[in-house]
Design a protein around this ligand. Structure first.
Ligand SMILES: [Zn+2]
Length: 282
């Protein structure tokens, strides 16, 4: 039986960003002056039905194996919510017992981009127990149709997490006026819940925020937010959390709910070996 392929897009409401880049660190600005834009999350769900032909099956699936994006923010009292769940409500997560490789699309990266990515990943590592491994820069462009298995480029494994900035209009992921950041996760249904096996974190290069992690709308805050999605967190209605879907004027620091969620999808949840990578049939 051929592999199934699903793509679900969910646009989360009301993520806001700061105005265009100014030469110096901005003062704190009232929220009313922030221009609303969307943060977009997408999940590409890959699964294989139990084979009845010559192709050995990787997974035995029962029931509805589709993984979906959670588009409704979790209420503030819950602290955090998952971004991707299966039919049983189990959150998608990476295997914390193996490093997560990533590559950078540096073609349009702002001056502070490389340092900001490193710092954002370091914070996610501290909060999750996951480990990210930089594998170099890539000329690969992010895309809604990015193949999660590219043996000629990346070898016989799942394609690494792709992080980068690209101009609006250079990708079909929707960054630009309506989205400062986009996060794409590739999820494979698995025993114990979906396995996140690849993904993309893409920021808009044509409407840049301020670099670093200072107050005001910053690339650092958007990176933390989108990386939170990439490791499995959804939006929350608590404005003290990074996963709140609006850029805040305060320093971008993971809040208690963020940290609780990051721990829940990280090493504390135990090893979660993913299915072996293989090509898709669309
Ligand atoms: Zn978001």
């Amino acid at each position: 039986m051929d592999a199934g392929y699903w793509a679900v897009q969910a646009a989360a409401p009301g993520r806001r960003e700061a105005p265009a880049l100014a030469p110096q660190r901005p003062p704190r600005r009232p929220s009313s002056r922030l221009r609303p834009v969307l943060c977009v999350t997408l999940v590409v769900t890959l699964f294989w039905a139990w084979s009845t032909g010559g192709m050995p099956a990787l997974l035995r699936m029962t029931g509805d194996a589709t993984v979906r994006s959670v588009s409704t923010p979790a209420p503030a009292v819950t602290g955090w919510g998952p971004s991707y769940v299966d039919a049983e409500g189990r959150p998608g997560r990476w295997d914390p017992c193996r490093p997560i490789p990533y590559v950078l699309q540096a073609g349009w990266m702002p001056d502070s981009g490389r340092a900001d990515v490193a710092e954002a990943l370091r914070r996610v590592e501290v909060a999750t127990g996951l480990a990210f491994v930089y594998e170099g820069d890539t000329d690969e462009m992010p895309s809604h149709h990015r193949e999660p298995y590219q043996p000629q480029r990346y070898g016989d494994r799942w394609a690494p997490l792709l992080i980068g900035w690209v101009p609006a209009g250079s990708t079909d992921l929707g960054v630009g006026e309506d989205a400062q950041g986009v996060s794409v996760a590739v999820a494979v249904p698995n025993d114990g819940g979906p396995s996140l096996v690849s993904g993309q974190v893409v920021l808009d290069a044509t409407h840049r925020l301020y670099g670093g992690f200072g107050p005001g709308g910053t690339e650092g805050e958007v990176l933390l937010h989108e990386l939170g999605h990439a490791v499995g967190l959804g939006h929350v209605l608590d404005p003290t959390q990074v996963m709140y879907p609006q850029v805040k004027n305060s320093l971008p620091e993971f809040g208690a709910g963020d940290r609780e969620g990051l721990a829940a999808v990280g090493a504390a949840a135990g090893c979660h070996p993913p299915p072996r990578a293989r090509p898709l049939r669309r």
